[in-house]
Design a protein around this ligand. Structure first.
Ligand code: FEO
Length: 396
């Protein structure tokens, strides 16, 4: 089905919505689906910017052909090599065998590796321009946002930035494609979850890119996922700036792993003590039920983090281990931390939580508590001290 929409003048959206895929990158949940955005510019030259995930190739080609009305594609700009945007390249080349792929020195080895494509290539570098008729395309490198070959393409005559994954969001585009056409309140968590889950590891490269792109007059941001930004550009850029500086609000995320309910009771207790200390923004997650995607997203939002885990086979509970691993890998910065645990005999969770705190370099605000089985008065008192120390640190 042709779903192409004109963005302005000779620039069209030819993306697709994916409501079938449950998990993105085979890991991150997609409760509201995801959009793969691709764009085509019909100037003297026809330029396609990024493609879509290969399972949606049929609809994609139909939209492209409807816009082109028999014209050929001259250039395909590959801003980012991840297969949700390059999965249709081989098929696209079957339809348009003479197209030239535009990328940078890091793009082409990946292109050859993934798809065996090593001819009709145009390599661009930082600041290079490509004239396509009345329009010019300028290229800027944005390495490690979130792959090494990532770049963005800027069209100065229309002030349009084709930003790849940067400023992207989970969630399909229901009805409209622009930020002023879709329900941003509905997409709120999907916007921040996309940043925290996909881009979150790369705060420093994000800051570098924001400084570079901040010099450009930008009227429209065409990302490869989520809404096209034209009415809330300042807002999405400000969010990226905050997130990539690891700026957080005064709130607390408690995540626990509990087999028989004792560790959960400690989490509940700490939550109650925090409330009594005047903290309102408290999120308590069970790691066995809630995917790390959502816990990580809350951690990007709130400054205080308290983890608790039971012991399991002499170590920490597996779902807590997954969460710790993910956070260590991302290197999330600037949080206050406390932890607690539970054992029946030998333990195992506490050394892992201690090692986590040391590795991630979060400030530990209170002595931990490890209960043995059912919660005793001494555990309750230590949980109260943990909550008190955390609330004081947050308020301080
Ligand atoms: Fe949307 Fe990094 O691919």
């Amino acid at each position: 089905m042709n779903t192409a929409i004109k963005i302005k003048n000779n620039i069209y959206w030819i993306g697709v919505n994916d409501r079938r895929t449950h998990i993105f990158e085979n890991y991150w949940p997609l409760p509201k689906g995801v959009a793969y955005n691709s764009y085509v510019i019909t100037d003297e030259k026809v330029v396609v910017i990024d493609t879509v995930e290969r399972s949606r190739m049929d609809d994609y080609i139909e939209s492209l052909q409807a816009v082109l009305q028999g014209r050929q594609v001259d250039y395909l700009i590959v801003n980012h090599m991840e297969p949700d945007h390059t999965g249709s390249i081989k098929a696209l080349k079957c339809y348009y065998p003479n197209l030239t792929v535009v990328g940078n020195s890091k793009t082409f080895p990946m292109l050859q590796n993934y798809y065996g494509i090593d001819s009709n290539l145009l390599e661009v570098k930082e600041g290079d321009s490509l004239s396509i008729g009345q329009y010019t395309l300028n290229f800027y490198m944005a390495p490690m946002l979130h792959w090494p070959e990532t770049m963005v393409t800027y069209l100065p005559e229309e002030k349009v930035l084709f930003s790849g994954d940067i400023f992207g969001a989970f969630g399909t585009l229901d009805g409209g494609i622009f930020d002023d056409q879709v329900d941003l309140d509905y997409l709120e968590e999907e916007i921040s979850r996309y940043y925290s889950n996909i881009v979150g590891k790369y705060g420093v490269p994000a800051q570098t890119a924001l400084k570079k792109l901040g010099a450009l007059p930008i009227g429209t941001i065409c990302a490869t996922h989520g809404p096209i930004w034209r009415s809330h550009i300042g807002d999405i850029i400000a969010r990226y700036d905050r997130w990539s500086k690891y700026e957080t609000e005064a709130g607390i995320v408690i995540a626990f792993s509990s087999m028989y309910g004792h560790t959960e009771q400690m989490a509940e207790m700490i939550g109650r003590f925090l409330m009594e200390a005047g903290i309102k923004k408290i999120r308590i997650h069970d790691t066995s039920k809630t995917h790390p995607s959502y816990i990580i997203n809350d951690i990007f939002r709130y400054r205080g983090v308290i983890f608790g885990s039971c012991a399991y086979n002499g170590g920490i509970f597996p779902t807590m281990e997954t969460l710790l691993n993910e956070l260590e890998n991302m290197g999330v910065k600037n949080h206050y931390f406390a932890y607690f645990g539970n054992k029946t005999w030998g333990g195992g969770a506490m050394p892992r939580l201690k090692a986590f705190a040391e590795k991630i370099k979060w400030e530990v605000v209170a002595d931990p508590d490890e209960a043995t089985g059912a919660i005793k008065a001494t555990d309750m008192e230590q949980c109260r001290l943990i909550a008190q120390a955390m609330s004081e640190r947050l308020k301080g």
